[in-house]
Write a protein that binds this ligand. Structure first.
Ligand code: ATP
Length: 356
């Protein structure tokens, strides 16, 4: 309890994990800085929970090493490691009061009673539950129970806070509210935090850096902006947000046209013709009036999504269908409706190139 409030640095070095013949993680390398909030994000089965469990010592890596600060924790049991953990399912002790739940880790560390009392009261205040100390978990809502789980994890002042899908059991409104609270609290305390999530919006909103995983490997590590704006692979581009892929067949034979009319591609044209996939986000595709620049396209479908309209347009000449996000005012000016015609431009600086 007298430890520094500074979070730990965590280094994961060449960690792999096999379950029998199945390779769940391959050569994972990460360097997480003190006070950072890092999200492990990826589709179901990509290995994010396994990696979190290895960091906690709940699962043993097949090979590789882990360092917390200067300490080699690769072979330490969970009880010897300095972390607090929160699970999706709250996992509170049902027969203990809220105060006793929060005090649990401190009792295990044999912290003096008076100190425990003060610390528990302060933590319940911090997570917004100062009046709930004497209640039992079943008397609280899901969101409140998860706040208690957070207070319990933070009680021993760990260097590392591990969150395993902590918000996914909660309804949308509580989830939004709690994610802001968790982020603010984490920043205030400076505790290094790793959160597993499959919710990209949550990861982009909360994380300093996002680790995008797929099939047991890391596809990209970057700030939310880097991940969104400069996806390192077609997988990341497709997994985060929406992306139009312009297939090879659509590009072949049109590269000169592309170059002349829109792109001024940084890559040589020969690269475009060989095995490169071009891609562009719906908000980066521009619609113009029919007498403007670009390719003629017909509107197939319109979805009104409140802040913007998502249009599906087809460039008949290309045999290519694109999603385009348009603000409602532009949509009105262009007279967008199902079946109407517009011109489409693809700004060169918004195009992404991936190996096919
Ligand atoms: P989810 O979002 O569905 O929880 P995840 O990305 O967290 O997925 P993991 O739970 O880490 O994925 O699992 C990664 C892979 O390892 C999966 O294919 C899973 O079936 C497998 N796996 C995990 N634990 C075990 C185990 N104890 N024995 C065998 N295979 C396992």
């Amino acid at each position: 309890m007298q430890k520094s409030t500074q979070g730990s640095r965590l280094v994961v070095k060449n960690v792999s994990k096999d379950f029998g013949n199945f390779s769940a993680l391959r050569n994972i390398n990460l360097d997480i800085q003190p006070g950072e909030l890092v999200c492990f994000l990826g589709p179901s089965g990509c290995g994010k929970t396994t990696l979190l469990r290895i960091i906690a010592g709940l699962e043993q890596q097949t090979s590789g090493m882990l360092f917390q600060g200067e300490e080699d924790i690769s072979l330490q049991p969970p009880s010897a490691r300095d972390f607090g953990i929160v699970f999706q399912s709250y996992a509170l002790f049902p027969n203990m009061t809220i105060a006793d739940n929060v005090a649990y880790g401190l009792r295990c560390l044999r912290v003096p009673k008076a100190q425990i009392k003060t610390r528990v009261a302060a933590l319940l205040e911090t997570v917004g539950l100062p009046d709930q100390a004497k209640k039992y978990p079943t008397q609280l809502s899901g969101g409140q129970q998860q706040r208690v789980a957070l207070a319990r994890a933070l009680a021993p002042n760990p260097g590392l806070l591990l969150l395993d899908e902590p918000l996914s059991a909660l309804d949308a409104k509580v989830r939004h509210h709690l994610r802001t609270e968790i982020r603010q609290l984490q920043q205030k305390l400076g505790v290094t935090t790793i959160m597993v999530t499959h919710d990209q919006e949550e990861a982009l909103a909360m994380a300093d850096r996002v680790v995008v995983m797929n099939n047991g490997v890391i596809e990209q590590v970057g700030t939310p902006m880097e991940i969104y704006q400069q996806p390192a692979s077609a997988f990341v581009a497709e997994f985060i947000g929406s992306m139009n892929f312009i297939g090879h067949s659509a590009v072949t034979g049109r590269s000169a046209q592309l170059d002349a009319r829109v792109l001024a591609l940084k890559q040589p044209i020969s690269v475009v013709q060989d095995n490169i996939r071009l891609a562009i986000r719906p908000e980066d595709v521009h619609l113009q009036p029919l007498d403007g620049p670009g390719w003629t396209a017909q509107v197939e479908h319109l979805d009104y999504l409140g802040a913007f309209i998502r249009a599906q347009v087809t460039l008949r000449e290309w045999g290519l269908s694109l999603l385009v996000d348009v603000d409602p005012r532009t949509a009105r000016q262009l007279g967008l409706s199902r079946g109407s015609w517009v011109n489409v431009t693809l700004p060169s600086d918004s195009l992404h190139c991936f190996a096919a």
